[in-house]
Design a protein around this ligand. Structure first.
Ligand SMILES: Nc1nc2c(c(=O)[nH]1)N[C@H]1C(S)=C(S)[C@@H](COP(=O)(O)OP(=O)(O)OC[C@H]3O[C@@H](n4cnc5c(N)ncnc54)[C@H](O)[C@@H]3O)O[C@H]1N2
Ligand code: MOO
Length: 395
C-alpha cells in the first residue's frame, strides 16, 4: 500500500494549486463574506475633528467651575462659526464639533441653565478633554483599516464605510461543480426503493459552500460507468473546482481516478492519513482543480471542512483559508489514536468536549448533533479527562 499523506501536507499541496481568482470591485453592500483583494486604507481620518461624546456644553477646562455665558450651539455635521472666549460656553450635542477655544464637555445633567447663564450643579468634568472624541482618535487618513486577504465581516464593512469607501475590491466567487457518483443514489425526496440511498452529499456540500460565497452548480447523480463519468467531468470543465463524491476508493466501481487519468487530468495526491476521509484525491483537469471526496457522508463532510472549504477560501484570496482550531478540555477520556489522524464528532459545551458515541463514517445522526471535530494526531496516546484537545468548531 502506498504511504498515506499527512493531512497538513495534503492541505499545503492542495492550496498550492489554488491561484487566487481575478478580483472584482463591488458596492460595499455586496461584499459581506468576501475576501479583500487589496488593503483597505482610510481616505479620511475619524473623527474628522474633535467631537463631543455627550449632550451638554463645550467649555475650556481652565474655566472650571464656571459660571459661563452660553453663546451659540454646535450640531453634528457643521463646524461652529465662532470662537469661544474665556468665561463662555457653547451648547453642544453628541457628535458635534467642539468650537475653537474649548477642550472639554460639561454634560447637561451636571449643569443648570438660566437664560444664557450656565452654572455647575454636579461634579463636572474631572479632566481636560473629558467626553471629547479627539480628531483621528479612531483612525487617521491613509491608515490601513483592513488587510488584503481578510474576510469582510459586518464590522470591517462598517469600518471601510467609515474610512470613506463605497466600493471594495474582492476576490471573485469560485464556481464549484458537484458530481455525485453511485448507482445506488436517488435525488433527495424522490421515490426510493429497496436498498437505494438518498444522495445527501451534494445537498450537504451546497449548504457548506454557499455561505462562503461559492457559486454551486450541481451536476446531479452519475452512474458508476466510465463514459458517463467522463462526460460529466467534461460538462464541468468550466468550473474553478470540480468536486466528486464517492468512487474515490479502490473498489471495481470506484472510477474517479481512472476516469480523470483517461481524460487528460492529472492527479496530485490520493489517500490521506486521516479517518474519516482516507480515499480523498486531488488533481487538475485543464484549469479546474479536481477534488475527489469519499462517498461516506461523514467522510464527505469532514474532508469538505478540511479541504474543500479552505480551497474555496484560498481561491477568493483568503489569507487564512484553513479552519481555525481551539484548545479545549476533554470532558471524558479518549482511546489511543491509530496510524491515521482522527477527526471525531464532538459535543462541546461549557468549555469541555466529549466525543459522540457513534463515529462510523456513514452515521449522520451523530454528525448532525456534533458541534466540533476533535482532532487526534496519528499515533497519539490515550488521553484522560481534563487533558487539553484540539478542536475544529462546526458552525
Ligand atoms: N477495500 C477497501 N475498501 C474501502 C476502503 C479501502 O481503503 N479499502 N476505504 C473505505 C473508506 S475509508 C471509505 S471513506 C469508502 C469511500 O469510498 P468511495 O469514495 O469510493 O465511496 P463509495 O464507495 O462510492 O461510497 C461509500 C459509501 O457512501 C455512500 N455514498 C456515496 N455517495 C453518496 C452520496 N452522494 N450521498 C450519500 N451517500 C453516498 C455509498 O452508498 C457507500 O455506502 O470506501 C471504503 N472502502
Ligand atoms: O476513511 Mo473512510 O473516510 O472512514 O470512511
Amino acid at each position: 500500500m502506498s504511504a498515506l499523506l499527512p493531512v497538513a501536507d495534503a492541505q499545503v499541496r492542495l492550496l498550492a494549486l489554488a491561484m487566487p481568482l481575478p478580483a472584482e470591485t463591488l458596492p460595499l453592500g455586496e461584499t459581506a463574506g468576501r475576501y479583500l483583494a487589496e488593503d483597505c486604507t482610510a481616505t479620511r481620518g475619524q473623527p474628522a475633528a474633535d467631537l463631543s461624546a455627550m449632550d451638554g456644553y463645550a467649555i475650556a477646562f481652565a474655566g472650571m467651575p464656571g459660571p459661563w455665558h452660553v453663546t451659540g450651539e454646535s450640531v453634528p455635521g457643521t463646524l461652529p462659526d465662532r470662537m469661544i472666549a474665556r468665561g463662555e460656553a457653547m451648547r453642544i450635542f453628541t457628535g458635534a464639533p467642539l468650537p475653537a477655544g474649548t477642550d472639554t464637555i460639561l454634560i447637561q445633567e451636571e449643569a443648570a441653565r438660566d437664560g444664557d447663564t450656565l452654572t455647575l450643579t454636579g461634579e463636572g468634568p474631572r479632566r481636560l478633554g473629558q467626553h471629547v472624541r479627539v480628531a483621528d482618535g479612531d483612525f487617521a487618513e491613509r491608515q490601513r483599516l483592513v488587510a488584503r486577504g481578510a474576510l469582510l465581516t459586518a464590522a470591517r464593512i462598517g469600518l471601510a464605510a467609515m474610512g470613506g469607501h463605497g466600493k471594495l475590491t474582492v476576490g471573485r466567487r469560485p464556481r464549484v461543480a458537484l458530481i455525485s457518483t453511485g448507482d445506488e443514489l436517488v435525488p433527495p425526496g424522490d421515490p426510493i426503493s429497496g436498498v437505494q440511498l438518498p444522495a445527501s452529499n451534494a445537498i450537504m456540500l451546497r449548504a457548506m459552500l454557499e455561505p462562503i460565497s461559492a457559486i454551486v452548480d450541481d451536476h446531479g447523480i452519475v452512474r458508476d460507468d466510465f463514459d458517463t463519468l467522463a462526460a460529466a467531468f467534461d460538462a464541468a470543465r468550466e468550473a474553478d473546482i470540480i468536486v466528486t463524491s464517492g468512487g474515490a476508493s479502490v473498489g471495481d466501481h470506484d472510477l474517479v481516478r481512472p476516469v480523470l487519468d483517461a481524460i487528460g487530468g492529472t492527479l496530485d495526491f490520493w489517500k490521506i492519513a486521516m479517518k474519516p476521509g482516507k480515499p480523498l484525491l486531488a488533481g487538475k483537469l485543464g484549469d479546474a482543480i479536481v477534488l475527489g471526496l469519499p462517498g461516506n457522508p461523514v467522510s464527505t463532510f469532514v474532508t469538505g471542512t478540511l479541504f474543500l472549504l479552505p480551497l474555496v477560501r484560498a481561491l477568493q484570496g483568503a489569507a487564512d483559508p484553513l479552519p481555525p482550531t481551539h484548545r479545549v478540555k476533554l470532558g471524558a477520556p479518549l482511546p489511543a489514536c491509530g496510524g491515521r489522524a482522527e477527526y471525531l464528532r464532538g459535543l462541546w459545551a461549557d468549555g469541555e468536549v466529549i466525543q459522540a458515541n457513534e463515529q462510523d463514517s456513514a452515521a449522520m445522526v451523530s454528525l448532525a448533533s456534533a458541534n466540533a471535530l476533535i482532532v487526534r494526531s496519528a499515533g497519539a496516546p490515550a488521553a484522560e479527562a481534563g487533558e487539553m484537545a484540539e478542536i475544529v468548531a462546526l458552525g
